[in-house]
Write a protein that binds this ligand. Structure first.
Ligand SMILES: *Cc1c(COP(=O)(O)O)cnc(C)c1O
Length: 433
């Protein structure tokens, strides 16, 4: 399997290059040259396979002989280490819990698979890799935990001082070994600017072998397709059509679902549920894509004004709007509605949902009106304890923090404080090695 850039369909690279480079040199996103089909027997008998076996069957189609069977099997058993249970909360209404990983969000799946895959290529090439990531909170911790203790890879996480939540900061700053948290005296935009400047600094790159680990990497996208199969496996009445509602920001999760459908999973419809950052909903309605600055909301991991994976979706559908509309519906919900959704899910179904899942729930509710003809599946992308304040305020209950998150709250924060001047970051990195 070869990969091409969304900006140039005539030049192909290997899976390894696509993973190690992240973004194509021309600025495009990598896409597989074709979509393989999963064997129909496999899809009809998913119940017989474990989550890891499903992951293996799918990934071997996209990686082929670039990673041997036994190495791929190791990568999977070290990254798919927690379940994705499908919980029936109401009649034909399911929640797919994607928050059982170390940082309590679905990003753990992608970040861990990417880390183990990169770790494999780094070992094969006998190189030392340095990863720089800017984060406003969540992505950074998934990446930090994913790469923790990976030989040959150092990770530097830049985050804005005083601008992430206490829990997020603890998650970013309490890992040791190969993870370093850089506390930047500035905003998230400053952090992003610093990372971007470092990537175009030729001398620094030559010395440090820098790479990014952001969400557009193909090895982060691929593992997200696994759990759609894992979810489908757990649906009881498979005779009914299945509709998946995906709380969306950068559209990576939705793209992975569309890939799952493309390779054979019988999903009837996807809902791209968005908050007040609604450029995707507008695009689907009108065909016009008008990126904007993001607006802050309660479901802040979805606060994206220029979703990077939209180019992949358009590519998959040859940019034919009607075909996209056939497969995907999108609707936007504001913070007031998000709060009502949290309440409604609790009162009607006795289930505690986080603000991101709430947006997914509302879109599913309004699209299906709970028609009995469908199985509705809401992807719950984060554990409600990550958004404790809002959830507790709405429900007047106490939301318990799971042990795997609580344990880092007692650990001591360790950071390197830097100004928002590029020279300071550069000097620090140069001295580091
Ligand atoms: C990142 C994130 C999203 C959005 O996912 P995309 O793949 O960027 O669309 C939704 N919910 C949570 C909790 C997230 O962390």
């Amino acid at each position: 399997m070869k990969y091409y850039s969304t900006n140039n369909k005539n030049q192909f690279v290997s899976f390894e290059t696509a993973v190690m480079q992240g973004l194509a040199e021309d600025g495009g996103l990598f896409m597989p040259e074709y979509f393989p089909s999963m064997d129909s027997n496999f899809i009809e008998s998913l119940e017989k396979y474990s989550f890891q076996e499903i992951a293996f069957r799918i990934s071997e189609k996209f990686i082929e002989d670039e990673i041997s069977e036994s190495n791929l099997s190791d990568i999977i058993s070290n990254s798919i280490t927690f379940p994705a249970p499908l919980i029936l909360i109401g009649e034909k209404l399911y929640v797919l819990e994607l928050f059982h990983g170390p940082t309590l969000a679905f990003k753990d799946f992608g970040a861990r698979f990417m880390a183990k895959t990169m770790g494999y290529f780094v070992a094969k090439r006998s190189i030392q890799l340095n990863i720089l990531v800017a984060t406003s909170g969540d992505t950074g911790s998934a990446v930090a935990y994913g790469f923790y203790d990976t030989p040959g890879i150092n990770v530097f996480i830049l985050y804005p001082k005083g601008k992430v939540s206490l829990i997020q900061e603890k998650q970013l700053t309490t890992l040791d070994k190969n993870i370093t948290a850089l506390e930047i005296d500035g905003t998230f935009d400053d952090c992003q600017r610093l990372v971007k400047t470092a990537f175009v600094d030729k001398e620094l790159n030559k010395k440090l072998n820098l790479t990014s680990a952001n969400s557009i990497n193909i090895s982060r996208l691929l593992p997200q397709a696994f759990y759609y199969f894992e979810a489908y496996k757990q649906i009881k009445d498979k005779k009914l059509h299945s509709i998946f509602s995906v709380p969306s920001g950068n559209l990576g999760n939705l793209t992975a679902g569309l890939i799952a459908k493309k390779i054979g999973l019988p999903i009837f419809k996807f809902i791209g549920a968005v908050n007040s950052n609604k450029v995707f909903a507008e695009f689907l309605r009108t065909g016009n894509f008008v990126p904007r600055s993001s607006i802050q909301t309660l479901s802040n991991a979805m606060d994206v004004g220029n979703p990077s994976n939209l180019v992949r979706i358009r590519e998959m559908y040859s940019d034919i709007l009607r075909d996209m509309q056939n497969d995907i519906y999108s609707e936007s919900y504001d913070d007031i509605q998000t709060r009502q959704g949290i309440k409604e899910v609790y009162e009607k179904f006795n289930y505690i949902i986080d603000p991101h899942g709430s947006v997914g729930y509302l879109a599913l509710r309004d699209y299906t009106r709970f028609s009995q003809e469908f199985n509705g599946i809401v992807l719950e992308t984060a554990h409600p304890a990550k958004f404790k304040d809002v959830v507790e305020e709405e429900l007047k209950i106490n939301v318990e923090i799971p042990e795997r998150l609580a344990s880092c709250l007692n650990k001591e924060k360790r950071t390197v404080e830097l100004s928002s001047k590029y020279e300071d970051l550069r000097e620090y990195l140069m001295k580091f090695l």
